[in-house]
Design a protein. Sequence first.
Length: 498
Amino acid sequence: MTTPVEPTPPPRNTAASDRNPSGKSFLGQPGMLANLFSVELWERFSFYGMQVVVLLYMYFEVSDGGLGIDEGIATGIIGAYGGTVYLSTILGAWVADRLLGPERVLFYTAIMIMCGHLALSLVPGIPGLALGLVLVAIGSGGLKATASSLVGSLYSLDDDRRDAGFSIFYMGVNIGGLFGPLLTGLTRDNFGFHFAFGLAAVGMAIGLLQYALTRKNLPEESHRVANPLPRNKFPMMIGIAIAGIAVIVLSVLTGLVNPGNLASVVAGVAIVAAVIYFVVILSSKGIDHTERRRVYSFIPMFIASAAFFSLFQQQFTVVTLYADKRLDRTIAGWQMPIEWVTSFNPAFIIILAPIFAMVWTKLGSRQPITPTKFAIGLAVMALAIFAFIPLAGGGPNSTPLLAMIGILFLFTVAELMISPVGLSLSTKLAPRVFQTQMVALNYLSVSLGTAMSGVLAGFYNPENEIPYFGAIGVVTIILAVALAVGAKPIKKLMTGVH
């Protein structure tokens, strides 16, 4: 699970009472943290609980309750969907900063997510699938862009509880990610797909209701629009929005964008957006020579992050197919639902994240520099991919469950070497006038990697797995070695940032 963004801290001079109007506390933190924790927990519960179920829904035969879509197309759609979630964080952040403020964006996008799950549950066939995925993707992006900002608004800059508060909030992400697949998987296994989607909607409704009853207790600044869009710019922005929607609709109607190439299109959009961001930042007169060097140092890290997520996010594409066709999910005569496989990663995160944090703290200045951490993470990810090769060629139920648990343990170790480290790096390397944009760049690497996971999954052949796992494993090792070799030059460009 990726780490939520911690925003630019609020002003130092805000009184603690203004940031906690209700006066209540939650585990020694401002009381409203409990409500934001709940919203994020239930959003991740519904998001991760639905993600594997919807892939199975797409490619299962109609006789089994599915839509009978080709597996390659289905995995591509899931990759495109995941990539769109992270692309949507940019739109959500812009709307929060220029139009509505973060609190209202979170509230409205949470409603969108719930409606998306309801569409999947109640609207049959392809229309329900399309409407549900669009609503959940845009809604999740908007919520992800604002939830962490609202957590940050609960603390002043010099509040010592701040880091602990974000740690509690991040735990909500992984608790939701752990229990979502467990419960929706059981529901799908016993009652069918549409009941599982309905459960995801119920979970989101619980978090939304609790938040709606208490949102007034958020600090006043969370309701403000940080940089209001001037009224005279509204017609131009409305025109751009209409033109953008028209292009998307025409592209779909003419077949230029279709289910078969959707993941590639989203990956292409992410690449174009990233290039534009880098060009705008690097060409700005508002940054100095040191800041420009640091932005250049982020380019290889961006590429490494995208490569990592193109493999890591295959938990929801190739690994799901593998769990369905190869994995022995029998435990004491009972067959574990396919969805449960995606719960191992958040369970390992809950166990390992505090250990990693303790190790980095203990090592202090002796810990590996960031490019080296990334190189180690890529190498571990390659090892996880190579671990599939000795298991290749088997029939149904040929892969022991313990082997898959071991592989996903390696996935988690690699994630902890790259995902939170990359997020931290993007904030450290950011020029003063481009703090938010550098965080957006980090999210774009996740978007690109997630979309590419869908593109790559199209090449997976369950009947001949070795070429697939061998090729992507070798490419990842090459990237890891290149990054390790280039670690010192990259560090030099980082100019004092470690």
